[in-house]
Design a protein around this ligand. Sequence first.
Ligand code: BGP
Length: 476
Amino acid sequence: MGFQKGFLWGGAVAAHQLEGGFDKGGKGLSVADVMTAGAHGVPRRITDGIMPGENYPNHEAIDFYGRYKEDIALFAEMGFKCFRTSINWPRIFPNGDETVPNEEGLKFYDDMFDELLKHGIEPVITLSHFEMPYGLFKKYGGWRDRSVIDCFARYAETVFRRYKDKVKYWMTFNEINNQMNLKNPIFAWTNSGIQFKEGEDRKEVIYQAAHNELVASALAVKIGHGINPDFKIGCMVSFHPVYPFTSNPEDTLLALHTIHDRIFFTDVHCRGHYPAYALKEWEREGYDIKMEPGDAKILEEGTVDYIGFSYYMSDTVKSGAEGENKDLVTGSHVSVKNPFLQASDWGWAIDPVGLRNALIMLHERYEKPMFIVENGLGAVDVIEEDGNINDDYRINYLRSHIEQMEKAITHDGVELMGYTPWGCIDLVSFTTGEMKKRYGFIYVDKDNEGKGTLDRSKKKSFDWYKKVIESNGEIL
Ligand code: BGP
């Protein structure tokens, strides 16, 4: 028997990608609210405030804000044990630096958590999933400025106190490590509220922001445990195993170096201090990362309880390959096509065994419980004439990944708490801003232009996943 009793089967979303109601209930703007829709090959842009006539897909999203009861009932029908979402930070502190929270925003999450608990679904909550208040972005330049640490700590303390009897599982920053992808600015905007300036060393800027975020995360862990010692507070990173393209030792060395950019954040979150390779890099590059005397102690005392991570794909690197496959960029290196793997319509390598590799690597490095809080296949769904959506490709993707999870538990001794496939209900894609890149078990009638009834319907994968949960992963 692979999956433990009480295994947290569920689904994952993020507030800014499904709630909509971007200006309802006293909410302020987030950075995500000023990001335009992109499309295949057309990157998303960030605008200086809201511009009339622009398409901001997050503003309505799928209106979970107005329809959460209906959606939660569908999750309950699938048998969800947990539901991962985020609190939209500017719903609570509209500009980010107020001292008094917005009661209407707090009330929304009270009601939503009550609805989940009524159905026996455990909320799993991310404090910051790309919803940095626009006010902090404008006033402080986001996480460049350590003043944001206090704002975040106040926000974390407010929601920890308010929901201490409703929420047990928390995560601090979603995919905190994606901002090391210096070539796609979307991650710096949303992870850190940073717009790069002409001539600055992007990596140094990100390391400074990272330091401020890591201190804020550790502070939140300490504050949370003080409020409720039963809280389980994790980090959240995007994890791709990195393979050497050949057995050339130079490729293996490159793979080891590439993984540093991904693993740096987890190293600090889990071990409570900076890894030697980062300190050497700072010295070598002349980076001046500003820290205060108490920071090291906070990092040491605020290590996480578990590792939450997303897994979509693996990367493959080849020495001397800079310039090949420019669209596959990971960290500061270039990933090449892996001849053993197929890719999704969006070019993401499909690699179920890579998930097992990731679990083994993270388990052996940190010996902490793990939680796969995102995994899934973004695909274009077709509604058949009879109204059905036969998403066998999605079922196959998820099945093959769950099989590898089971092997990692039974054979490799990995401790896995739960599994929440991404986008359990169709929502706005983060990297593209599209609706047509769908992940859900539940279809939402809305297209890329924002048209549609927003009606919900079940895809074939809905009943499949229901059986998976019912059988605790025995029937796949
Ligand atoms: C992760 C994010 C999510 C999510 C997912 C899928 O990076 O944490 O917010 O959207 O990727 O990406 P996309 O929506 O671009 O397909």
